[in-house]
Design a protein around this ligand. Structure first.
Ligand code: MN
Length: 312
């Protein structure tokens, strides 16, 4: 597959020919966003902002790409007339990437992109999809059955993913949800929710946070990380569709990502960062997203280095 012109993640030079270790995929879907607009410009703004991110992560011996082969792919686009056929087109776009050698890191686009990513994973021959755990960092539970009459929405995407047959979901930072979602969280043992209010209580007690971080090491099997940027505190992502106060700090997100990747029982097979909306003044939202994206790439390369004895 060809590259996307001059704009490359982190501003790195890339090999045009595979195989690659990491694929940066952009899915600028914007169809059901309920409050803010602008997710269609999110992925490209994140790639642009990534050029300002430092290439050194202390977990790695050298600057990124640290010997890894990176590829910024041509972004998804579609003229499909309705939402379901747009989602089908996202599934088709994802198929070669979820079934290849490169780690897929998807930049979105509204959170609704997660369902067709799951549908692509399910289509892999011999897939262990029924063992897949989604780890979801998000202000919202995304467990509604419908949002504004729409079944395939950013507000329903985790419910649809459970219906598609994943094993379980672990939600981190949830603080905006409805009674229907609260009841489902209580009754469905496939759902484990770490509410922001418990993780970050007013008295500063960090015991629930530490419990959550330790629990990440107990996850077994394949994991998909879905990172809705509104899981971060709203101050860090002011232009995302629904910024919400009281969320994860940057360092909280870093700790959760690092611990998940370092866990020896599970394997993170891919990730998406969604609901990125470019700031009209400044660039904090897309820069926050680019820092998260870079952290995920560094963690994956760190795992590759461990597996391959320190040389890529
Ligand atoms: Mn979400």
């Amino acid at each position: 597959m060809e590259g996307s012109g001059s704009l490359r993640f982190l501003g790195l030079e890339e090999n045009e020919e595979g195989p690659w270790d990491v694929a940066i995929l952009q899915i600028p879907l914007e169809m059901t966003t309920s409050y803010g607009d602008g997710t269609s410009g999110g992925p490209q703004s994140c790639v642009e902002a990534s050029i300002q991110v430092e290439l050194f992560d202390p977990m790695l011996p050298n600057d990124l790409p640290c010997g890894a082969r990176m590829h910024t792919a041509i972004p998804w686009s579609s003229n499909a007339p309705d939402l379901r056929s747009q989602l089908d087109s996202i599934r088709d776009y994802m198929l070669p990437w979820v079934n290849g050698g490169a780690f897929p890191l998807v930049l979105g686009g509204e959170h609704g992109i997660l369902l067709p990513i799951m549908e692509a994973l399910k289509e892999i021959p011999g897939s262990d999809f029924s063992e897949l755990t989604i780890v979801q960092i998000d202000a919202h539970a995304d467990l509604r059955d419908e949002l504004n009459g729409e079944k395939y929405s950013h507000g329903t995407v985790i419910r649809r993913s459970l219906e598609a047959g994943i094993s379980s979901v672990i939600q981190i930072g949830v603080r905006a949800y409805c009674a229907e979602e609260g009841a489902l969280i209580e009754s469905d043992d496939r759902i484990r929710t770490w509410f922001a209010r418990d993780l970050f209580p007013a008295n500063g007690d960090s015991s629930k946070w530490c419990e959550m971080i330790a629990s990440l090491e107990e996850i077994e099997g394949p994991v998909w990380l879905t990172f809705d940027v509104d899981g971060l505190d709203g101050a860090l992502v002011p232009s995302t569709g629904t910024p919400v106060p009281g969320g994860l700090s940057h360092w909280g997100a870093v700790e959760a990502i690092e611990r998940l990747f370092c866990s020896s029982k599970c394997e993170v097979i891919g990730a998406d960062i969604n609901e990125i909306v470019p700031d009209t003044e400044g660039s904090l939202t897309q820069f926050s997203a680019a820092l998260v994206a870079t952290k995920i790439v560094s963690c994956h390369i760190n795992e590759l280095l461990k597996r391959k004895g320190g040389l890529l």
